[in-house]
Design a protein around this ligand. Structure first.
Ligand code: MEV
Length: 424
């Protein structure tokens, strides 16, 4: 039932139990629903309560492991957290046909983030730009004073770029602080630096700084992956042609490119969730990068090589970290990193790019051949069977019957469950 009044002063100051009781009373949660919210699973209440505000419970997602991945000659078990069926199976199947020649290749450009400092009220913006460049070393030194640990590790503010942009209120002078954040995702480090150098930029130019924040269009933190898939491993040249045509469709049409890229992000975000990354940052970066030239484009491309094999490549910004944030705080994220066995944030980004490419291949292969509904329907049917109360050992059987009949419905699952369990 809808709540009558959502204004609850001091809600954030209450304990988890107090908040939960309040919500229970306001919306009429049953005892069972309250118990479900309180089933903390692998996230301790005190950790959850420290991670975000107003916590009243926790929510579990399936944690799976994709198999068969070989990336840069090294094998990986890839942890994935996702609510959508078929994604993990598709990634594992794709990775199986990508194991030759050392598997999927991947690289990154370096863990370099950009922080933006927005300057307004500038009479002579191009002159202001030069003044900022004139004081570059002073600005970088001040930025680096904020994070001696990062500097000691070989990171820190390395450069700056200044842009004059047009806006509805006239020109703005935007300084980009370019920071090597090493193994961090880097948001905290670069935002702190931007806030600290802002008064200096105001002093140098006489302008007014408003925003001081990283850009998620992390174009200096690119991950690239590429692979050759042998035609005989995927059903011949006709399948190769179908995948190339699917890829070209995305290249030519933003409506298709959006879905094409969604398929790539299915893989990347599942790994991001498992490893406690800021997945909104990854989505924002990916889609902004896809549109960086003024038209939304696919992040990957598939071609046919001279021997008729399929070759694919992918490029996008991947800003992830191994220090700081949920990756260190959430116990499952720490386990995910152990399962994956990555040593650096860059290696994690390489794995994610490789998974994105494999996921994309799996989707295009299915779409260009039998379509995705067949595989999806089976898993969907199994979910429906489980929802109808089927024990796991019967769920597959019920799902198979429903798919064969073309009747994937809750009522049919219930009927079949009664019939089959009656017979046993
Ligand atoms: C579904 O989650 C993802 C796909 O739509 C991706 C694609 O169309 O390429 C299958």
């Amino acid at each position: 039932m809808p709540v009558e009044n959502s204004r609850i002063p001091g809600f954030y100051k209450k304990t988890i139990d107090e908040r939960l009781s309040l919500v229970r009373d306001l919306v009429g949660l049953t005892d069972e629903e309250v118990e479900t919210l309180k089933a903390w699973g692998n996230l301790e209440p005190k950790i959850a309560d420290a991670m975000i505000e107003n916590v009243i419970g926790s929510m579990s997602y399936p944690f799976a492991v994709a198999t068969n991945f070989r990336i840069n000659g090294k094998d990986y078990l890839v942890p994935m957290v996702i609510e959508e069926s078929s994604v993990v199976a598709a990634a594992s199947n794709a990775a199986r046909v990508m194991r030759r020649d050392g598997g999927i290749k991947a690289t990154t450009t370096g863990p370099v983030m950009i922080s933006q400092i927005q300057l307004v009220n500038i009479k002579a913006p191009y002159y202001a730009k030069m003044k900022i460049i004139e004081h570059k070393q002073e600005i970088l030194d001040l930025a680096n004073k904020q994070d001696p640990v990062l500097v000691k590790l070989g990171g820190g503010a390395k450069d700056l770029e200044v842009r004059v942009i047009d806006s509805p209120q006239g020109p703005m002078v935007v300084t980009h602080l370019i920071v090597d954040v090493r193994d961090a995702m880097g948001a905290n480090a670069v935002n702190t630096m931007a806030e600290k150098v802002a008064p200096l930029i105001e002093k140098i130019t006489g302008g007014k700084v408003y925003l001081r924040i990283l850009t998620n269009l992390a174009e200096k933190r690119l991950a690239r992956a590429w692979v050759k898939v042998y035609k005989e491993d995927i059903g011949g040249e006709e399948v190769v042609d179908g995948i190339v045509a699917a890829s070209n469709f995305a290249w030519a049409d933003p409506y298709r490119a959006a879905t094409h890229n969604k398929g790539i992000m299915n893989g990347i975000i599942a790994v991001a969730l498992a490893t406690g990354q800021d997945h909104r940052a990854l989505e924002a970066g990916a889609h902004a990068y896809a549109a960086r030239n003024g038209r939304y484009m696919p992040l990957s491309l598939w071609e046919k090589d001279e021997d008729g094999n399929l070759v694919g490549s992918l490029e996008l910004p991947i800003a992830v970290g191994l220090v700081g944030g949920a990756v260190k705080v959430h116990p499952v994220a720490r386990i995910a990193i152990k399962i994956l066995g990555v040593q650096t944030a860059q290696e994690l980004a390489e794995v994610m790019a490789a998974v994105g490419l494999a996921q994309n291949f799996a989707a295009l292969r299915a779409l260009a051949t039998e379509g995705i509904q067949k595989g999806h329907m089976k898993l969907h049917a199994k979910n429906i069977a489980i929802m109808a109360g089927a024990p796991p050992e019967l769920a597959d059987k019920i799902a198979d019957i429903m798919v064969a009949e073309g009747k994937v419905r809750f009522d049919r699952a219930k009927e079949l469950l009664e019939e089959i369990s009656g017979k046993q």
